[in-house]
Ligand binder design. Sequence first.
Ligand SMILES: *[C@@H]1O[C@H](CO)[C@@H](O)[C@H](O)[C@H]1NC(C)=O
Ligand SMILES: *[C@@H]1O[C@H](CO)[C@@H](O)[C@H](O)[C@H]1NC(C)=O
Ligand SMILES: *[C@@H]1O[C@H](CO)[C@@H](O)[C@H](O)[C@H]1NC(C)=O
Length: 849
Amino acid sequence: MEPRSPGQPAWKWQVLSLLSLCGWGWVSGQIRYSVVEESELGTVVGNVAQDLSLKVADLLGRRLRLGSAESRRYFAVSLASGTLLVNEKIDRESLCGASAGCVLPVQVVIETPLELFRLEVEILDLNDNSPTFPIAQRTVRIAESATVAARFPLESAQDPDVGTNTVSSYRLSPSPYFSLDVKKLKDGKLFPELVLEQALDREDKREHHLVLTAIDGGNPARSGTAQITVVVVDINDNAPVFDQSVYKVSLPENTPVGTLLIQLNATDPDEGPSGEVQYSFAVHTSDSVRKLFDLDPPTGAVRVQGAVDFEEAGFYEIHLRARDRGFPEMEGHCVLQVEVEDVNDNSPEVLLTSLVNPVPENTPLETVVGLFNVRDRDSGANGEVSLGIGSNLPFKIKSFENHYALITRDKLDRESVSQYTIELTARDEGSPSLTTETTILLNISDVNDNPPSFSQTSYNAFLSENSPPGSLLCTVSASDPDEGENSRLTYSIAGSEIEDAPASSFVHINPDNGNVYAQRTFDFELLQVLQIPVAVQDSGSPPHSSNVTVYVFILDQNDNAPVILHPVTGRPVAAPQRIPQSVPAGYLVTKVTAVDADSGHNAWLSYSLLPQSTDPSLFRVAPYTGEIRTARGFQDTDLAAQKIVVLVKDNGDPALSCTVTLMVSLEDKASEENSKSRDFLTNPKEKPDLTLYLIIALVAVSMVSLVTFIVLSAKCLRKGDRHSCCCLSNSPSRDIFKHSSPKLQLNTDGTLKYMEVTLRSTDSQSQCYRTCFSPGSDRSDFTFMRPMSCPPPSALAMETDTFLSGTNTSNESGQVRWHFCPSFLTNDTGVLKRVAYVTEDRAAHGICV
Ligand SMILES: *[C@@H]1O[C@H](CO)[C@@H](O)[C@H](O)[C@H]1NC(C)=O
Ligand SMILES: *[C@@H]1O[C@H](CO)[C@@H](O)[C@H](O)[C@H]1NC(C)=O
Ligand SMILES: *[C@@H]1O[C@H](CO)[C@@H](O)[C@H](O)[C@H]1NC(C)=O
């Protein structure tokens, strides 16, 4: 509405004329003033006096006044000027509210004369009110799913002003999401609406703060604002999202139950149940995974709940999902890759594929006797296995890939080790490494690789001559370190003949126990020693055998009486020995020579004069040589024919003897020469044997002298040597002689009488000798040499202490460095136990007593 300026003449005159026409009486409001609301006190509204054609001077007199109380409240009439003045501030809005026109009737009363005038004062609106919103803070909830261009009505602002002063437009604070649309209703009111310009996302911005401004049309315009908060209401539009699509975890095997593997984290930006995430395994997850791993649905913690074994599976791919509880449910997925790290928790295993058991002891080197496989369920270095074997074994390990062979490295010998305990140590390369020990018992089987061996290098048996057949000579025993049949021994006589006669006629051997029996009687004088080759053979295949010599020494018995060689006896009685009567005492009359077929002491002859002699006091017989000498000079009283009876007695037990009777005739000096020469001339024809023997004796004496010389030389060279030795080996003639086995002659009490070493010349034409040693202690036991196999023998006794000294001292080893040099070894009590000697071929021998 246009504010009407007061006192417009055209309009005023129209009113006046109207009043005039009406004349007297009640004049209805013809005069209309307007005043702007809120005008100050005293503001002139209009000139009443003038408009009512009253004289100002009369006014007081006529008692002009305002009629109604309401008029008087707002207006007053100035009696001095006749103008209507504002008496009180008028608020149009309180007076008239929202009505567009606001006219206040004013009654002007003139009392003298009474006249009544009606005036109208229009209260003109002034833009004194700003638009206001009933709710200054307004919240609008919009679902985030709201479509673009959706409209959301807002509350209108209110302005008590009217007309143009009321709300005329709205404005919205700038926002990309919203715009404002204002509708004009039929009543002219404006109705603002919020228009969605762009899709909302709660997760992006959950609230939008807008300011709505309402502006009125006044001049100046007034405005009012309202805070509009747009709350974006969530809907379940977001699936939970894992922060990684693939999680990689490595886990050592044997991790204890309850260990946290990973804390999953899926985020769902939605709110409320839509954002509440529950974790679970994907549907197709295998049972084994479910058994092994535990997933806590609310927290997403994945824990170990079973035994994680690398050897079972080294890698797990677990599909997991996170699901919210919105409507509809939405879910996110991820993959958990669990790599199980190997821990060296498996010991290596040794698997025996094959084994040769028992192994023959003659197995060649580098032969495979066993095959093994090695396995370790761990991987990498933890599963790399090396197989070792204890040292000091004749085996070694050879490997090719994971296969191992047990191979012989050294020669096997069942006799030294019959069973091997082989410890195989399998060790992996883990850290710390694990080991497995496997023990294999490997038997070594026997092969007949050892010949039987006799317990002695030779056996000596002693048998008295004339013993009845069947006596046990000795027992040979052999042993064989092999086993079973390979060590079952059979004894036999090797060779079929002994001394050109069937062996079985001499001895018999028990094949099982080695007992050797005599099969006949022996005559010492025919056979002194018997060499029996004895063989033993095992039952292996092929068999092995060895042999030994059993020396059977026939012990002499005094079964031969001495035999007189000289003088020759028998029929006719020998011619008497002639001796000159003048011979002095000590004259060698003759010599009785006797031999005894026995040996040793049994052949040790002594000579004595028997009282049967004519005059026993006249002659003397040397007890050992048999020389008969005159005891004194002959006297005339002595008989011319003397009979001398000499007893020749051997040293046997019992002693055997014989006698010889010699006839001696004494003759005077003249016949002496004849008789001597005759003696020498007759003898060669009659007694060729004796001459031969004398020559032999001479040769023997030369030999003995030579030997003695050598021995003495040796003694000089070896002064410190405790063994006194006879040393034929140093003799230049040693090549002439061959040694054959010595014989021992024992006393009946078993002690050694003497030892016999036989020398046989390599030249069959030459003579043979034997040297006899005897272990004489104090007195002169003897050593003598005598020709052999040359009957009738002539004995030659020689006292050679040299050969025998030191016999009691050598308790040392039986080896003697000098050939043919016997050592007599005694035990503590001085009893002779053993005789040792060395033969020319430097082999040592021992003979036990
Ligand atoms: C999950 O991830 C979010 C964002 O990456 C982080 O704020 C929150 O703390 C995580 N929760 C857990 C339990 O790790
Ligand atoms: C190995 O020898 C022992 C006794 O020495 C025997 O008990 C075992 O049976 C033998 N084993 C084989 C495989 O011959
Ligand atoms: C006895 O053994 C020796 C070697 O030790 C051998 O030369 C000889 O032939 C063997 N004799 C017999 C009869 O077996």
